[in-house]
Design a protein around this ligand. Structure first.
Ligand SMILES: Nc1ncnc2c1ncn2[C@@H]1O[C@H](COP(=O)(O)OP(=O)(O)OP(=O)(O)O)[C@@H](O)[C@H]1O
Ligand SMILES: [Mg+2]
Length: 296
């Protein structure tokens, strides 16, 4: 049974999409079947993986409206073990169209139920709002990963997010856990960044991921090339940080999960001690591989 992780924070521009794309790509590069679902009408995760706008394509909108099955929506990507369910800007309409719909908060959960056996990770990229789209992602999820920018106002709005999670647990999805809080665009050389990190550590304790994501130009450039950072520049600090984050999250999963045969290669072998760089072999293969074609 796969783990469904929603990447959410109603604050805009904190690194949700960058995290969703690169975390999903890092899971895939570690040889676990992974699905990225774009739940944001801005469709940045879709374009960031190189898919141009196409109103005809089956998308997360169709899933929420019950107009297509998740199977029909799956797209293969450049990475052999990464699939995508794209978004389209018409998704914005789903917020209104679903208002009176039956099980309106459970649409995504119901739609992906049949896929949970096939993917070890399903990563959902949420829009910057606590709207019905984010709600659907959080009801579908086992856990939420919260990217936060390492800046002075990092904690602003977080109580609203935590209240929302509490309400979802009480009424819609009692199992919803916090997978972690990850600091993004983090510059560990400044005192301010260290202060913010300490403050978040006090607030979130063990939930604060040990891995921080540095501000790195490669992470910002990669989507304009339609590639995850580990394909665009596997040795960049940005790509490496997401590979480490994926490893940290994988290691937190219950033993039953990591003992699955396809997860064996996830053990840290080969990921460390190479001139200080942390690039798993799988990533190098991925980076070297030509276009791959594989159906789910
Ligand atoms: N670690 C990083 N280093 C440098 N640039 C980054 C980093 N993370 C994100 N960015 C850039 O910051 C901008 C916002 O990032 P991103 O789109 O991931 O945020 P978001 O939370 O998904 O935004 P939105 O709320 O609009 O969906 C993008 O231009 C992205 O390329
Ligand atoms: Mg985004």
């Amino acid at each position: 049974m796969g783990r469904v992780i929603a990447v959410a924070n109603q604050k805009g521009g904190v690194g949700k999409t960058t995290t969703a794309i690169n975390l999903a790509a890092s899971f895939a590069a570690a040889e676990v079947n992974t699905l990225l679902i774009d739940c944001d009408p801005q469709s940045n995760a879709t374009s960031g993986l190189g898919f141009v706008k196409d109103p005809e394509r089956i998308s997360s909108y169709h899933l929420l409206m019950g107009a297509a099955s998740a199977d029909e929506a799956l797209l293969t990507t450049e990475l052999e073990q990464l699939w995508l369910i794209p978004a389209h800007k018409n998704l914005i309409g789903a917020n209104l169209e679903l208002v009176d719909a039956e099980r309106r908060e459970f649409r995504m959960r119901d739609a992906i139920a049949s896929l949970r056996e096939r993917f070890q990770f399903i990563v959902l990229d949420c829009p910057p709002a606590l709207d019905l789209l984010t709600l659907n992602a959080l009801v579908a999820a086992d856990a939420v990963l919260i990217p936060m920018q390492g800046e002075y106002f990092a904690l602003e709005g977080i109580s609203e997010l935590l209240d929302t999670l509490e309400r979802i647990r009480a009424a819609l999805n009692p199992e919803l856990a916090i997978e972690g809080v990850v600091l993004t665009m983090f510059d560990d050389r400044t005192n301010l960044a260290q202060q913010v990190k300490n403050e978040l550590k006090n607030y979130f304790g063990e939930k604060l991921c040990q891995t921080t994501v540095p501000r790195n130009i490669r992470l910002a450039e990669a989507p304009s090339h339609g590639k995850a950072a580990l394909v665009y520049d596997p040795r960049s600090r940005g790509a490496e940080s997401y590979i480490r984050l994926a490893k940290e999250i994988i290691e937190r999963q219950p033993a039953a999960f990591s003992s699955q045969p396809s997860a064996v290669s996830l053990t840290p072998e080969g990921t460390e001690e190479r001139g200080g760089e942390a690039v798993p072999e799988a990533v190098e293969e991925v980076a070297a591989a030509p276009e791959m074609d594989k159906t789910a």
